[in-house]
Write a protein that binds this ligand. Sequence first.
Ligand SMILES: [Zn+2]
Length: 346
Amino acid sequence: MTFSEIIGQEEIKAHLQSALQQKKVSHAYILNGEAESGKMMMAEAFVAALLCEEGGAESCGSCKSCHQMQTHNHPDVKYIAAPPVKQVREDIVGDMQIKPYSSPYKVYIIEHADEMDQSAQNALLKTIEEPPEYGIILLLVSNDQRLLQTIRSRCVTLNIKPLRDEVIKPYLIQKYNIPDYEANVLTSFSQGNLGRAQKLAQSDAFVEARRDVMSLSAKVLNMNDAEALDLAKEYSEKYKAKRKKQAQISMVEDREEEEEEISLPEFLDLLVVWYRDVLLYKASQKTSQIIYSDALHQIRTQAGKLDYESIEWIFKSIEKTKRQIYSNVSGEVALDALLLSIKETY
Ligand SMILES: [Zn+2]
């Protein structure tokens, strides 16, 4: 991974590359951003450049160190995920006392660092306060506020920012050769997260979820209570309330093979996009901004049947359903209530 391969995030790249250029890298960085936002890519681009035998602000891609980085076999780079306190003591604090094998630095990339408990974070603190000259720690987190203040205050925090739609959409069309309407849904759904958009662009699960949203919104027009319950059962079994917890082991190979699946809250997000289209069409009769542009006929029909108040009510109901799912109400129960609530509005 090189900086030039990373789309957007210019500020962070500029910061890190200037630190590399001036040979003033910090001993501890926090890379803060949601899942799939590219924290690992940024970390690896930085480390590759830092350890590259050519020196400079970008890795050369062809020296021994760069090859070792590409194959995740660099002896001076350790990948660790959310380590418990014992592992912090052994694999980071203890291990860092051993000098690097072939580079001027020894780097620890800690994934899900914000999932470390207090004792593990405390164990790490001293190493972050007084690292050996060659020691570098990168903490990859999705919520930096879960790190102890004492840790945060000693690290340079880099916040990964969402990308603009105008950056994501053309990239997806060009890279995956997908039709415009599909790129629209992916772009809107990814909310500035290119990694997520890319993962979804390659996933059958997304195409299917999109189809399910269209079919569900049609069925809800004419269903009885028993059918609503059947649908709730079917979809809550298909879309799980929670995504499977990512493996706590730090196998990079595993990470790449992870199967993308759509969770129930994400499915509901797709449903929100659908009703946003219905609202947009109702308000303007324009089709240029419609995300589900391959389902115009259906959107027109629903826009004709629903009044503004009802659409507003549907948005609120979907939000409420998401909250219920997050607070552990069963997906089936929550979804059933939602379908009945949408049905009432027609
Ligand atoms: Zn190199």
